[in-house]
Design a protein around this ligand. Structure first.
Ligand SMILES: Nc1ncnc2c1ncn2[C@@H]1O[C@H](COP(=O)(O)OP(=O)(O)OP(=O)(O)O)[C@@H](O)[C@H]1O
Length: 254
């Protein structure tokens, strides 16, 4: 598949909360095989945008297309089944379950189909295999037996991504996967994102600018709900409006 055709396309997506346009006519093309970072100051609208892509929040206006199909009115569940998966800024794991069990539950929830009820043993085997593969992809294959509540913060964030992978997504929506991580954990997560890049379209909301500029293929900068620039990292670094509005006057002066 050519990466020139966007897998996911947002066209003038808008979300209002009362009088506030939290996301204001945002247009984005998300490509397969790319990490697309969305950056911006606090309250710029990044999480609201991701919630609109995943289907947790409905758009007030605008449209969303997946592989050319209009999915604007689709529920979160339908979008998930079509391949839009997300991990959360807050922890959503079951601490008293093993890493493997957490992934198996995620796989089972994603595979819920009425016609599977009568073949639950086969379904169970299938979700176990999916969970095993997701743990392996996320670099946690040797930790499946550990209780999720007992592993490090970084490994819990990896687990959240593994749980997302267990749902078989093509689009991965990641909301601050590096939050609260030390240097070593950050490195591990960045190499995980690089491993996942082929075969996925990754939307990365992240405050760690060094990390963003290292791994992103494209960067979108939001200010007050609007996109002020989308470009390759070098283009964003040299964009005067971005320097002034987001990176600060210090950089703009140099
Ligand atoms: N449910 C809501 N009701 C009312 N206002 C909201 C709601 N959710 C978000 N907002 C407002 O919308 C704006 C965008 O918020 P959002 O959380 O999307 O920003 P963000 O860029 O993700 O910020 P951060 O980097 O701090 O997570 C903010 O002004 C926020 O207060």
């Amino acid at each position: 598949m050519s990466t020139d055709i966007p897998l996911l396309r947002a066209a003038a997506l808008t979300r209002r909360f009362g009088g506030l346009a939290a996301v204001d006519k945002v247009s984005l093309d998300i490509h397969l095989g790319e990490i697309h970072a969305v950056i911006g100051t606090n309250g710029a609208g990044k999480s609201t945008l991701v919630n609109m892509l995943s289907g947790e929040i409905a758009a007030s206006e605008g449209a969303l297309h997946l592989r050319g199909a209009d999915i604007t009115g689709w529920s979160q569940g339908r979008r998930a089944r079509a391949g839009i998966g997300r991990s959360y800024q807050r922890t959503t794991i079951f601490p008293d379950f093993s890493l493997f069990e957490n992934c198996r539950l995620a796989a089972q929830a994603a595979a819920q189909r009425p016609w599977r009820l009568w073949e639950s043993a086969a379904g169970c085997r299938h979700s176990g295999e999916t969970a095993r593969r997701a743990l392996e992809e996320a670099g946690l294959h040797d930790r499946g037996h550990l209780l999720a509540g007992t592993v490090s913060h970084g490994q819990q964030r990896q687990l959240e991504i593994a749980m997302c992978l267990a749902t078989g997504p093509t689009v991965l929506l990641l909301d601050e996967p590096l939050a609260g991580m030390g240097a070593e954990e950050t490195e591990r997560m960045l190499s995980l994102l690089e491993r996942l890049r082929p075969g996925h379209a990754i939307v990365l909301v992240e405050h760690d600018m060094d990390a963003v500029f290292r791994v992103a293929d494209r960067v979108t900068v939001m200010v007050n709900g609007q996109v002020i620039a989308t470009d390759r990292p070098d283009g964003i670094r040299n964009n005067a409006a971005v320097k002034t509005a987001y990176l600060g006057d210090h950089d703009a002066a140099h």
